[in-house]
Design a protein around this ligand. Sequence first.
Ligand code: PLP
Length: 284
Amino acid sequence: STVYLNGEFMPMDEARISPMDRGFLFGDGIYEVIPSYDGKLVGFGPHIERMNQGMDLIGINFGYSEADWRQVCEALIEKNGAGNLGIYLHVSRGTDSRRHHAYPENVEPTVYAFAFEIPAAPVADREKVKPYKVSSTEDLRWQRCNIKSTALLGNVMHFQQGHAAGHNEIILFNANNEMTEGSACNAYIVKDGVVITPPLDNQILPGITRLMLLDILRKDGSIKVEERIVTMDEVRNADEIWLTSSSKEIAPVTELDGKPVGTGEVGPVWEKAQTLYTAQKYNY
Ligand code: PLP
């Protein structure tokens, strides 16, 4: 496939970075994944804004404008067949001559982007969607999960825990037994028709799918939304559980730790929410 590295497009197997790149040595960088279907990007503006905020938070001064990023994304889509593609964007702090913790001065950030295939967006149909089965475990990641850092070992280890148990994802909870998010997605419950998701803080990533979904639901008004602490007792007694991310949109969960969620079937509120999301996702 064709990738983008530091201003140039090239075949992936010709792309080279230094072994002294701080992204490689420290996971010192910020990334994004932007979904696109048939060449149309979803949530492009909010994704770039989050990336800029992440770079600000870790002190990477880097000046691609939204238009610059759009050019990179659109070229990657075109060069890679314009199907169902996730566009991965990555800015690491850059390459230093020594391995020293302090942020080096006068280094050029390394900019890498590539496209990868993602599943087709879910069809908003309770009978046709493939439900998720998930585990749960204590969230043992760091306390800055709001930063979309390339240092993903904590997330990777949690995902693997669920994967090894034969599950699609793993729901995480903090020491107070409050749900945080999934290893690579945001998490929600539905109880008595109300969609409830944890508030944005340092324990979770501010997901763009979450941002768009909550906005769509609030503007539609027919489903009530709450952002508040959700205990694991509430999760275990929920009518529905959902997970969201750019590559999966809204995934309905029908099994948690081997037990059925609600009736054990995909719920009606999910179908309504995915229908609204499908209709409005290109408006962001
Ligand atoms: N939380 C984590 C830890 C993630 O890695 C992701 C995305 O991959 C999300 C939430 C969902 O974010 P988005 O909707 O922007 O893809």
